[in-house]
Design a protein around this ligand. Structure first.
Ligand SMILES: [Mn+2]
Length: 322
């Protein structure tokens, strides 16, 4: 039996599943979760969708997003746990998952750095998104998609491919997206919600990130930062900084882009690269993870402490490559 079939059989017959994904959830986390929930009629089977952080405002249009709850509101006793778009407990939970660690774990994910070891998983590093894997599984298992599922999964793919611009936009990703569109998905709405719906605070964060851009290593590294004070001044949250890291690669010749987001006691570091420079490895060496060209980590300390630490490693990687 194929892995798709195995996973589909498990999910379609699964009662009381707890679905969750990494904190600061993106459209792939939420879209793949909702897609699966709609496909398998999760509501009828006592499924509980749990995310630690709030759903970003621009993703609240996804059908069923109002059914995603925070850990404190879990009432049902789950019997299984499914991780989506994430393989590590530490990226999912800042503690609440401890109550469920004795349950069987499952996983669907596309991160290179996934080190999941559970009962059953679909791990595809070449998939554009977790949403693509869920859609491929449904296709292989001949599970019909409704419009709610198609909208959710399409949004997941559009988000993780940067609107079909990144190199993870494989022929399969496009074929699956085409099938989803045929279900009647509103593609204009998905694009606007994902890429043209910044909050007022998000615009300020963008302005600050552009203003703070610095170039080093003979302009091969671009970095920028948003201080805790700047974010606090406009009450920006993590989702207001979404997609800003990508702009660190805007200038010709930049090979590594880094965005530093300072929080009260830590700094979130987003890493981007061109030409195969392994950001997943760089992130791992700093305690994080991710994809080859887009990865990240969270480091204790303030900007002054974290910035040189990361830039030294980025520079070493560039020098090594020469
Ligand atoms: Mn993803």
């Amino acid at each position: 039996m194929s892995k798709y079939r195995q996973m589909a059989d498990f999910l379609l017959n699964c009662e009381n599943l707890l679905l969750t994904a990494h904190h600061d959830p993106d459209a792939d986390c939420i879209g793949s979760m909702l897609g699966l929930y709609h496909v398998a009629q999760g509501a009828k089977h006592g499924w509980t969708m749990v995310l630690e952080d709030k759903i970003p405002a621009n993703l609240q249009y996804l059908p069923g997003s109002e059914n995603i709850i925070c850990p404190a509101d879990i009432v049902a006793q789950p019997q299984h746990v499914l991780f989506l778009d994430c393989g590590e407990v530490s990226r999912v939970s800042r503690g609440w998952l401890n109550a469920y660690l004795n349950l069987p774990f499952y996983c669907i994910d596309h991160h290179v750095s996934n080190s999941f070891s559970g009962v059953l998983s679909l791990l595809e590093q070449n998939a554009s998104s977790t949403g693509e894997i869920v859609a491929a599984m449904c296709d292989a298992a001949e599970i019909a998609l409704n419009i709610e599922a198609a909208t959710s999964l399409y949004t997941a793919i559009v988000s993780d491919t940067g609107c079909f611009r990144y190199e993870n936009t494989t022929p399969r990703a496009l074929e699956i997206a085409a099938k989803l569109l045929r279900q009647g998905v509103d593609m204009e709405k998905a694009r606007v919600q994902l890429f043209e719906s910044r909050s007022a605070a998000g615009m300020v964060m963008l302005q600050i990130a552009f203003r703070n851009m610095c170039f080093t290593a003979q302009d091969r590294i671009c970095y920028s930062f948003v201080s805790y004070a700047d974010a606090k001044a406009v009450q920006a949250t993590a989702s207001d900084l979404n997609n800003i890291a990508n702009y660190t690669l805007l200038r010709a010749g930049v090979k590594i882009g880094v965005l530093f987001e300072e929080y009260e006691h830590s700094v979130a570091v987003s890493l981007r690269s061109r030409q195969g420079l392994r950001m997943d490895k760089l992130a791992q060496s700093l305690g994080g993870g991710g994809h080859i060209r887009a990865a990240g980590c969270l480091i204790e300390g303030n900007l002054d402490a974290v910035l040189p630490q990361v830039l030294d490693k980025a520079l070493a990687m560039i020098l090594e490559e020469q």
